[in-house]
Design a protein around this ligand. Structure first.
Ligand code: UDP
Ligand code: MG
Length: 225
């Protein structure tokens, strides 16, 4: 009990307020602890919000900085924008995207007439060999999916909130493809599917989905020479 109190106290210290019993009028609307006959320590509104978030089941979401984000040198800006969501990065990598990966990632668009152009864009071929790569992140936290989608903005950059990432930095290219700078998972199911597709279990620092041990022999691996 003592330890739990200490943990909570340290976690929410800056959101705690000492009040006296007269000021609260006896209505304890916030979590509180008596510290003397006349004084109580309670969480302010932000504290209650933080505590609610901390006790929620975490969600996972995958974010991709598409090649146009790299061409426009937006990596720092975009990651800074996501700070406000107060999520944790638990996986990150640079990937050169194959046709097969794009077909799997955008399986719901595979039969669209614009798929070839989407592949050219998403693989970075539109911008030349130097930009044939994307940055991929897995974020963890309360309501991660909706928080990230809100900061990202609508799919079509012309319709997105101008202050959102896609609204501020996206465009529609000459072929009609929405170059909208980032991808982000749209549901828990998509996040799970996408994380399984893009990451191996040991590339995520926590075991977020069930794993199994497999013994592989006679398989070639590349090591540092
Ligand atoms: N896209 C496009 N034109 C369309 C639909 C999609 O260029 O009519 C591109 C766009 O880059 C979008 C991606 O394909 O981000 C995936 O589409 P989705 O509908 O899944 O939107 P998102 O989940 O990225 O908002
Ligand atoms: Mg999507």
């Amino acid at each position: 009990m003592g330890n739990m109190f200490l943990e909570c106290f340290v976690k929410f210290y800056d959101k705690m307020v000492v009040g006296d019993l007269h000021h609260t009028g006896g209505n304890y609307i916030y979590p509180f602890i008596f510290i003397s006959n006349n004084h109580i320590l309670y969480l302010n509104r932000k504290g209650v919000q933080a505590m609610t978030e901390a006790t929620k089941k975490p969600q996972y979401t995958m974010i991709i900085l598409k090649p146009d984000a790299l061409v426009k040198s937006l990596t720092g800006n975009i990651l800074a924008r996501f700070l406000e969501a107060r999520l944790k990065i638990i996986g990150a990598k640079v990937v050169k995207v194959s046709r097969e990966l794009v077909e799997q990632h955008y399986a719901h668009l595979k039969d669209e007439p614009f798929f070839d152009d989407l592949y050219e864009y998403f693989s970075g071929k539109t911008y030349g060999p130097e930009y044939e790569r994307v940055l991929v992140f897995v974020y963890k936290g309360a309501d991660a999916i909706s928080k990230v989608r809100r900061i990202a903005g609508a799919t079509n950059p012309l319709e997105a909130d101008p202050i959102s990432i896609r609204g501020a930095y996206g465009r529609i290219n000459k072929k009609g493809i929405m170059e909208n700078v980032i991808h982000c998972s749209d549901s828990e199911e998509s996040a799970k599917r996408e994380i399984h597709l893009w990451f191996d279990p040991d590339e995520i620092i926590e075991e977020i989905y069930p794993t199994k041990k497999v013994i592989k022999s006679n398989c070639e691996v590349i090591e540092w020479a």
